[in-house]
Design a protein around this ligand. Sequence first.
Ligand SMILES: Cc1cc2nc3c(=O)[nH]c(=O)nc-3n(C[C@H](O)[C@H](O)[C@H](O)COP(=O)(O)OP(=O)(O)OC[C@H]3O[C@@H](n4cnc5c(N)ncnc54)[C@H](O)[C@@H]3O)c2cc1C
Length: 517
Amino acid sequence: MLKKEYDFIVVGGGSAGCVLVARLTENAHFNVLLIEAGSDDKNVAAVHVPAGAVAMVPTRYKNWAFNTTEQKQLNNRRGYQPRGKVLGGSSAINAMIYTRGHQQDYDDWKDLGWGWEEVLPYFIKSENNLAIKGELHGNQGPLFVSNSRSNHPIANAFIKAGELLGHKVNQDFNGTEQEGIGRYQVTQINGRRCSAAKAYLTPEVRQRGNLTILTDSRVTKLLLDNKQCTGVEVISNHQLLTVMASKEVILSAGAFISPQILLLSGIGDKQDIVPFGIEHHHQLAGVGENLEDHLDFITSYKANTHKIFGLSVKGIGFFTKEIIKYLFKRKGILTSNFAETGAFFKTDPNLSRPDVQLHFVVAVVEDHARKIRSSLIHGFSNHTCVLRPKSKGTVKLASNDPMTDPVIDPNFLSDEADIQTMLKGVRLSNEIMQQNPLKQYTNASLDNEYHLSDEELIEKIRAKADTIYHPVGTCKMGMDDMTVVDTKLCVHGIHGLRVVDASVFPNLMGGIPMHPR
Ligand SMILES: Cc1cc2nc3c(=O)[nH]c(=O)nc-3n(C[C@H](O)[C@H](O)[C@H](O)COP(=O)(O)OP(=O)(O)OC[C@H]3O[C@@H](n4cnc5c(N)ncnc54)[C@H](O)[C@@H]3O)c2cc1C
């Protein structure tokens, strides 16, 4: 039964929220309420079977499926922003790749107390790596990390192709050196997804008497008494309820909704709040600013085999066998995280760390797999993203109605430097795709961009690129005027309120943002 008051209320049961409630409830004196807008993840096959992501990412199933504003530098196209809406949050629908940022990325945050030396013990504590041991890895944490059980031959051909060009094969992207080409490790156990909910909301944690989990319930507003956050308003079962927090409310609703909740509650820049008829409580100009995201450009190929993702009559026999293999052995293509291999490259050898990442995907996933016709093709694709974009966007209110999506403007490619880095990255990607180990599997290039001039390729990037799903920074941590939380993640000037999700990152790191805490 829901109580009127808890010590802590955690808003959003995603990558950050699940970790936090598991840790807080270790202390039997704390009563904790976790509120999640989506459903429980129990018995949701699409979450647990790795290839099930294909049922969620392009659809509204367990997914907020946001759209962005028209992107000026992307030919005024609207982008797509999937986000998990289920316990586990985006870790329940993501590609399960386990790569941290580059060590230097954390050292950029050293003055904030979040340098490499400070964060490494937490990586190690959380990780249970079933394949790699060593001083940079953990083998006893709750988050299981494995080698992919799919091990698709065409994904391996990608590595061979890179090796032919002289790229160093990297056996461990989370080891001492990030640069190189290799296989991604995945957050999986026994061929099943290990989301933050699976890792941290274990049956033992769920049974704790001091933890209440309220799913299918949406926080609409924070309750404020002058400069103290005292609780939340939540819509649950079609009823508007208020629940009080005696110690803290902790926002972990993700990089789009955490700033939206702050703005709906009157915390942010006056100009972003008052025009919507909302009372302005607390001036914080940085709320919803500083949005950074990884832009992704895809080059796709039709394969000369049907033993890869795609839908055809010929493929039915192959997939039937793979389903049986999965049911009995938890192996095969259903364990694939799609982006099985990849690379971290420097577009300029003088750089101190890689500035582009490649994801080699054993499927054609044009427009986030929303283009059914291209998803039918048996094929593969190579994705290029700029790791430290200079372009910055915003998340703001569209209305005072909390059920309305926020206005998301990543402002992709607004900085010319990002276009140039992307261009160089795509050239590196194309070189690999033309090597014999991959050519032997290629029926046709679906993009034919090898012979394009720089100007033509930039046009193609503007016509096709979109997110690879790593928005951060909208409640930035730090001490300057545009920051929202301090180094302990407390909201500046408001007592009893923290933000703990990807919105607090000061900037994007050269890796994937599920694992940096
Ligand atoms: C398709 C996709 C692929 C990705 N691939 C990878 C990958 O391979 N590797 C990797 O490391 N990262 C990947 N990411 C990124 C990674 O998953 C995210 O960066 C990370 O999960 C963000 O964690 P978070 O805690 O900030 O937010 P989330 O995990 O998104 O959690 C936010 C939670 O809050 C809930 N919520 C929102 N609003 C409310 C509200 N008003 N009331 C109550 N609850 C609310 C949401 O439903 C959600 O459960 C991917 C992301 C996506 C979408």
